[in-house]
Design a protein around this ligand. Sequence first.
Ligand SMILES: Cc1cc2nc3c(=O)[nH]c(=O)nc-3n(C[C@H](O)[C@H](O)[C@H](O)COP(=O)(O)O)c2cc1C
Length: 201
Amino acid sequence: MNPTSRSMSVREAVTERRSIKKFNGETVSREAIMEILSDSRFAPNHGKREPWRFVVGAGENLKDIQELIREFALPAWREMSPEALELQSGKFMNPGAILFAIVPMDARQKERLEDYTAIAAFMQNAQLLAWEKGIGTCIKTPAYLDHPKFREALGAKTGERVIAMLQFGHYDALPKEWPHTPIEDKVTFYSAAGSASDTSK
Ligand SMILES: Cc1cc2nc3c(=O)[nH]c(=O)nc-3n(C[C@H](O)[C@H](O)[C@H](O)COP(=O)(O)O)c2cc1C
């Protein structure tokens, strides 16, 4: 599936978006990524700190970032058979663009939580805006994001956290919708008496 931009309501984007885990190898241009990121910067962030920056692999440097990921995702890749390597490297070789989201690790707990929440809002914006363009996304949080050598390769500074990888790309099949829990099961209307848990009223 490689649809072009489609007009959709915010509700449609929110409820119809799926995380795409099987990309088909088609690339996503730098222009498309920059447009998505530019619009995503309107995400709410406390103190207008804009606590985000991104290291991006798209266009001509996509291969470089994929090769970096290979070193950490499959450290023994040189010893693997070409078939096994191809099978196991699809997760990072098939996306059409990849970015790493970096957030300051503020020593103050309040600001740190605000900044983490803000970058989550930014990434959700990016996922929805990409979806509207017919581009699939998936957030990934592999353990090597905190690896000192990976951080160094990416240029993460002391006091910064590489919080997530965000993959973009095209796909041939849409994942099935999974059964989301009815929100009534997650909502309690506050009662001063502390007794009401019936959310139907
Ligand atoms: C913070 C965060 C971290 C995630 N990390 C991973 C990951 O490491 N690997 C992965 O396959 N998916 C990851 N995902 C994607 C979720 O697994 C995905 O959102 C979930 O399967 C629900 O699918 P949906 O987005 O289509 O509703 C992550 C999602 C979030 C929000």
